[in-house]
Structure formats: structure tokens, C-alpha cells
Design a protein around this ligand. Structure first.
Ligand SMILES: [Zn+2]
Length: 366
């Protein structure tokens, strides 16, 4: 997968329940359905209208292919298929194919490596440089309105509304951790912080590579909260400037990058409930996190065993990235959520559905 030719949605493959029963018997059908519900179908593609290919996680990873219309022919690489000519994997893939959307999941090791890499730079990415600069200015007795200068790699200006800090080093450092993403040719990522002593915000920007950061000279403007104050040539909608090779992993990287970037600002207010460490890949991780409290989560029974991030290709041309995370609830609900990001043509990404699977109320994860 990873290109457009395998993303046909429509399949003509149909099989009557009676025929399926003759092929596999009720036990195989039930096991197959369970495999699908557990999230064991790892990838599904439609190479042609009458063909389905899939990989599925049984005792090992197996490949399944189904072809034909009303009387489909099955093939699976597992030992059971070899012996009996049919297996539960075929059932699971057939049922998945009937849902009509091709998809690919991102494997556990890959996600863990990516998260590990991002966590390593957390100290550089998360802190609020405004805090440090404000403190330095105070110590120098230079915190009055109008003070301008440089602090390390940042440039600042003290306005009457607060401290404007230029230099998106956090955004640049973060982007380097995503090996499948880069800025569009001729552009760079930068950003600015706004600090008013009680909190603040960070806003990433895309700007021409050869353009200098503007100097803020008008105290009446608040560059963070008034879009009209953004100088020409600088774009605060950076999605379409972050380019990639359109492989499933690169879509996943872009989703995570944009959410992490959003978080650099959101964490200042404590209003974010997204956190990369909260990504969960298996139901057992969720159970482990909540075991110290006596919750009776009936909803959890319907949650798949494998919660791998999924890249799916609905017929409308957009690409959906879905993944699960356990929110620590920084001022908002904690619990298990399923997030869906919609990647549109042109590179814009819409943060889509945010489904609460388990609502654990306010406060941090126990
Ligand atoms: Zn099989």
C-alpha cells in the first residue's frame, strides 16, 4: 500500500452466511468475528473490484487473499488453511472487506520508537521560554514596556500586554524527530510565544526560508490573539506546508506532529488533554492504568484488544488517521479516547471525531 491504486472502496465479494457455514462451520465463523472485533486485521486492501488482500495477526502474522464475486476463493498462509482449506482468518478478512474501507495499521514497535524519540526532547520542547526571559528581564530591571533584545536563540520585545518572544526552536526541534516530514521547499517553520505573566501561548508559523522574523514595534497589537496582526508572508496555518510522501506512516507522523505542536501552546494553560505518552496500543495498557480504581467499565468490553493506530481510506478521497489515547485530564476529562484526524487533499488536517470510550471524570489518571 502507500499509493493510490489499491484504495478502491467497492468490492463485489459477497458470500451467503449459509455458504460460509458450509465452508467453515459455526466455530470458525465465531472465532473469525472475534478476530475482527479484537483488531487483529492489520491491513486491508482492494487491488481490484473482485480481490481483497489482508494481513492478520494470529499466532503469527498471516496473509489472506480473497477473490471472485458471489463464490469467492480463499487463501491464507496459516497451517490451519493448509490442512483444512479454510480458516477463521478468512472469515475475519471477509467480514472486514464487507465494511468496504481499505486501511493499514501502524505497528507497535514503530509507534513506541517514535514516542520514545519525542519524549527525549520533551525538556526542550515543553518549557515556556517566556518564563525564563521574563525572569532574566526582571533581574536586569529591564522589564518595562519597550524593552527589546535577544536571549539565547530567542528574540523578545516587552509590550504593554506582555512579552512577545520570537523563535520557534521548540517547533524546529520537534520537526526533526519526524523523519518522514519536512517543510515545503522554500519555507521554514518558526514560531512565537506570548507571555503575560499568568500563562501565554505559542503559535507555530510557516514563513519563507529567506524572510527575517519581524520585529514587533506596535504595542497596541497582540500578535497571538489577533490574526490581522500577523505580518504578510507569515502563515499560521502550517498544515499545508508540512509535506510528506503519503505513506501510511507519514500520515501518522503528521497527525502526531501537529498535535504535539498544538500542545506546546496548550500546555501553558493546562487546557490540553492530549499527551503523546497517553497513546495506548493494547487494551491491557488501559486496564493496567485504571486497575487501582474500582471501575466497572462495561464500555471496555467492546474495546478491541489491539488499539493500533489505523490509517484508512474512505471513498471521499480524504485519509483518516485514528488512534487511542488515555487522557491524563489536565483540567478536563480523563479516560480513554479515540481520536480521528482527517487529512485532506492539499495537506490540511482537520482534528475530527474525539470519541470518549471510557469517561473517568475530571482529574489525573490514577
Ligand atoms: Zn488462516
Amino acid at each position: 500500500m502507500g499509493n493510490n491504486k489499491n484504495r478502491t472502496k467497492i468490492t463485489n465479494i459477497r458470500i451467503k452466511t449459509g455458504d460460509l457455514l458450509k465452508l467453515g462451520g459455526i466455530k470458525k465463523i465465531e472465532r473469525g468475528k472475534q478476530y475482527l472485533d479484537d483488531g487483529r486485521v492489520l491491513a486491508l486492501e482492494f487491488p481490484g473490484a473482485d480481490t481483497v488482500k489482508a494481513s492478520i495477526l494470529g499466532g503469527k502474522k498471516y496473509s489472506v487473499s480473497i477473490s471472485g464475486g458471489d463464490e469467492p476463493r480463499f487463501r491464507c498462509s496459516c497451517p490451519s488453511f493448509e490442512n483444512e482449506g479454510f480458516c477463521k482468518h478468512c472469515v475475519a478478512v471477509l467480514l472486514a472487506a464487507e465494511q468496504g474501507t481499505s486501511f493499514e495499521t501502524i505497528n507497535e514497535n514503530y509507534v513506541s520508537r517514535l514516542i520514545g524519540g519525542i519524549n527525549k526532547i520533551e525538556d526542550k520542547v515543553k518549557p515556556n521560554p517566556g518564563d525564563e526571559i521574563a525572569q532574566a528581564l526582571n533581574e536586569m530591571g529591564a522589564a518595562e514596556t519597550g524593552a527589546v533584545g535577544a536571549h539565547g536563540e530567542y528574540r523578545y520585545r516587552q509590550t504593554e500586554k506582555g512579552l512577545v518572544v520570537w523563535g520557534g526552536s521548540a517547533a524546529k526541534t520537534l520537526l526533526r524527530k519526524f523523519d518522514l516530514l519536512r517543510m515545503k521547499d522554500g519555507f521554514r517553520i518558526d514560531g512565537y510565544y506570548f507571555y503575560d505573566g499568568m500563562g501565554g501561548n505559542f503559535r507555530p508559523v510557516a514563513m519563507p526560508a529567506d524572510m527575517d522574523l519581524p520585529d514587533w514595534t506596535d504595542d497596541s497589537r497582540n500578535p497571538v490573539f489577533e490574526p490581522e496582526a500577523i505580518p504578510d508572508g507569515i502563515d499560521t496555518e502550517i498544515d499545508s506546508y508540512v509535506v510528506h510522501d503519503h505513506t501510511p506512516k507519514s500520515y501518522f507522523q503528521k497527525s502526531i506532529f501537529l498535535r504535539e505542536l498544538d500542545d506546546i501552546g496548550a500546555f501553558w494553560h493546562g487546557c490540553s488533554d492530549w499527551h503523546i505518552k497517553g497513546i495506548v496500543l493494547e487494551k491491557s495498557e488501559v486496564l493496567q492504568a485504571i486497575k487501582s480504581e474500582k471501575y466497572d467499565f462495561t464500555e471496555l468490553k467492546n474495546t478491541p484488544e489491539l488499539l493500533l493506530p489505523k490509517i484508512s481510506y474512505p471513498a471521499n478521497g480524504s485519509i483518516e488517521v485514528t488512534f487511542y489515547f488515555l487522557s491524563g485530564g489536565l483540567g478536563s476529562t480523563r479516560g480513554l479516547f479515540r481520536l480521528t484526524d482527517i487529512h485532506q487533499t492539499g495537506g490540511m488536517v482537520k482534528f475530527g471525531k474525539r470519541e470518549c470510550i471510557i469517561d473517568m471524570g475530571p482529574g489525573p489518571i490514577p
